[in-house]
Ligand binder design. Structure first.
Ligand SMILES: CC(C)(COP(=O)(O)OP(=O)(O)OC[C@H]1O[C@@H](n2cnc3c(N)ncnc32)[C@H](O)[C@@H]1OP(=O)(O)O)[C@@H](O)C(=O)NCCC(=O)NCCS
Length: 333
């Protein structure tokens, strides 16, 4: 029975390395406004988005994930064969089964690592980091690769005024592994299924196939209630996350909220009374909303720009369809 008592986990877990992939194709607001009768000015003022990246056909969910993961592994100093589990957060891998994580684990050269996908929309990456931290500390894996990846352009109706300018594509990956110091704080997560309909795939596949003119069931969103929920409720979740980690806003160096809308980011920062020294991720301006990929993409850009340094204390908070959310404090790798 010894194995049941001592599962060989590490005292602490941390993010050991991060990597990202941004599709090459840049789509400025000017390229999408005609189809939605909008303007560059309106989009920038309401969302902060100047441009987004949409993947080319060869930039598949798997391809972007593998590219981001190779960088994360290299920066972590971890070989693919050392990865025990691959967790992929995505809602836009259009082959429903098997999990794309299994193909990614194989292509990377892991030693038949456990591999599965999770569906928690824009909150998926933070769900994955929470699970990976528990796996490493619980002893079910020593190194976990967590990937957030989306090709939302496949699911976006370019004629829909409410979503066409928001959604975008990309991938981010982190290696989570054992650490001498706490590197990933306790998660605060949850869902509000009463608001299930606010952001969703328009129709069930069975309804699509039963229709006379089957077409892609795009994502639809009631932007205004989502905006209010995210701006007000998520600041409370952010505060709970700091409380659970035993720190205050003054201890933060970096704030990396899900990149949904610049006004939501600003509203959260105001509600939380973030001190001026805390650097705030604003990747949305150049990248759009990449759902599960948005937090690693935003954090990696801050590292590249020198706004986040190794060892910094960062608050991650993600929220989206479900409505699902998850947040944790982490040390920047
Ligand atoms: C989508 C969003 C930018 C829309 O902004 P908004 O201020 O809520 O806009 P509304 O839908 O209330 O519409 C306001 C006006 O702009 C107009 N409008 C809507 N979309 C438009 C567009 N793309 N271009 C120009 N005008 C537009 C509306 O017709 C309306 O006009 P009216 O006042 O004359 O009736 C905003 O609701 C939002 O960002 N929501 C959260 C989105 C999000 O974060 N989603 C992801 C969560 S993971």
């Amino acid at each position: 029975m010894t194995d049941l008592i001592d599962r060989g986990g590490s005292a602490h877990a941390a993010i050991l390395g991060i990597g990202t992939y941004r599709p090459h194709r840049v789509i400025p607001n000017a390229d999408i406004i005609e189809a939605i009768d909008s303007s560059d000015e309106w989009i920038q003022q309401r969302s902060g988005i100047k441009q987004r990246r949409w993947a080319a056909p060869e930039e598949t969910v798997q391809m972007m994930s593998v590219a981001a993961s190779r960088t994360a592994l290299e920066r972590a100093g971890v070989e693919a064969a050392q990865i025990d589990c691959v967790v992929v957060a995505t809602v836009s891998h259009l082959l429903q089964t098997p999990a794309v994580a299994t193909a990614i684990a194989h292509e990377l050269g892991t030693n038949k690592a456990a591999a599965f996908d999770i569906s928690a929309a824009c909150a998926g990456f933070c769900h994955g980091v929470a699970m990976a931290s528990d796996m490493v500390r619980g002893g079910s894996a020593k190194h976990v690769l967590v990937i957030g990846v989306e090709r939302l352009s496949d699911l976006t109706d370019v004629g829909d005024r409410g979503t066409a300018f928001i959604f975008a594509d990309g991938a981010g990956a982190v290696v989570v592994g054992p650490s001498d110091e706490p590197g990933i704080g306790p998660v605060v997560w949850g869902s509000d299924g009463e608001q299930f309909d606010l952001i969703r795939q328009k129709e069930d596949w069975r309804d699509v196939l039963a229709s006379d003119h089957p077409s892609m069931p795009h994502l639809v969103m009631q932007g205004n209630p989502v905006f209010r929920w995210a701006s007000f409720e998520m600041a409370k979740i952010a505060q709970q996350t700091l409380d659970r980690s035993g720190i205050t806003v003054d201890d933060l160096d970096v704030f990396v909220p899900h990149q949904a809308n610049m006004r939501i980011i600003d509203a959260m920062a105001r509600s939380m009374k973030l001190p001026a020294h805390v650097k705030i991720a604003r990747d949305i301006a150049e990248q759009g909303n990449t759902s599960a990929a948005s937090i690693p993409l935003a954090l990696d850009r801050m590292i590249e720009d020198g706004d986040a340094k190794s060892g910094d204390t960062a608050l991650l908070i993600a929220f989206g369809a479900g409505l699902a959310y998850a947040a944790q404090v982490v040390k920047v790798p």
